[in-house]
Design a protein around this ligand. Structure first.
Ligand code: KIV
Length: 280
């Protein structure tokens, strides 16, 4: 069982093998995702929405990212572990961005970090990559820019925005990014970027031509019944099926059919009845 590294992901692109990425935020989900054979686990700041219940990823702190990444890496996954640099860690420049990346690597055993955006963030990507820390870039609908975008909207549809994103993809590659997440862009742009740059592209709502695909654990398992965006395919109806399981437990407790003696412990065979009842 050989650990997957950023080198393997680059090789996968070269060989034309699709890369599978799933988010995880704790030990149990990391074990499921790794056991299912994902190539990379993204400890995404989407945890702010799917785990913490916020409306955006903006409230997620570096301390929380470190905590969740520690929970994931304690599962010792074979998959490459990438942790998000949360909002506020790279907007103040390359120095603070590098400090945050070092904490995720040193304290939480992440193997790569992810930075949203290009423009002023190119300097951060460059600075982190220069220290031999693999950096994933992230373009398109970058959720940390939700207020700047005026909502969660598909990016790069118009000619100028299409070209700007294509340029940004070239720039993050030149800055030293080891992979590029493309979120909610037209599939034609996903295809164009994927064939233009040599680092792997990982799509989420970016069409079928990307080198790999990522989905949020809770989305692919249908754990939030109300969330049904076009780019998500559900591979399970988790909220329904897990809800049914908890309801079955509740029913059996109320009707007295759980636990049975099969789920119970027995006293020692040589314990006199009087002593056993005294402990009851
Ligand atoms: O935070 C996250 O989970 C992400 C993915 C949606 C790409 O950035």
């Amino acid at each position: 069982m050989k650990k997957i590294t950023s080198h393997h992901l680059r090789e996968a692109k070269r060989r034309g093998e699709r890369i599978v990425v799933v988010t995880a935020y704790d030990h149990a989900s990391a074990r499921i995702v790794d056991g299912a054979g994902a190539d990379a686990i993204l400890v995404g700041d989407s945890l702010g929405m799917v785990v913490q219940g916020h409306d955006s990823t903006l409230p997620v702190t570096l301390e929380q990212m470190i905590y969740h990444t520690q929970c994931v890496t304690r599962a010792r996954p074979r998959a490459h572990v990438v942790a998000d640099l949360p909002f506020g860690t790279f907007q103040r420049g390359a120095g603070p961005a590098l400090d945050a990346a070092i904490r995720l690597i040193q304290e939480a055993s992440a193997e790569a970090v992810k930075v949203e955006g290009a423009g002023p963030r190119l300097e951060c990507i460059e600075r982190i990559a220069r220290e031999d820390i693999p950096v994933w870039a992230h373009l398109g609908l970058t959720p940390q820019s939700v207020h700047g975008f005026g909502g969660y909207r598909v990016q790069g549809r118009e000619k100028q925005a299409f070209r700007a994103l294509l340029d940004a993809a070239r720039q993050v590659e030149s800055a030293g990014a080891s992979a590029l997440v493309l979120e909610c862009i037209p599939y034609e742009l996903g295809r164009e970027i994927t064939t233009t740059i040599s680092i792997p592209t990982i799509g989420i709502g970016a069409g079928p031509h990307c080198d790999g695909q990522v989905l949020v654990f809770h989305d692919l398992l249908g754990l939030n019944e109300e969330f049904r965006p076009r780019f998500v395919k559900r591979y399970a109806e988790g909220a329904r099926d897990l809800g049914d399981a908890v309801a079955a437990f509740a029913r059996e407790v109320r009707e007295g059919t759980f636990p049975t003696l099969d789920h119970s412990f027995e006293r020692a065979a040589d314990l006199p009845d009087a002593e056993a009842s005294a402990e009851d």
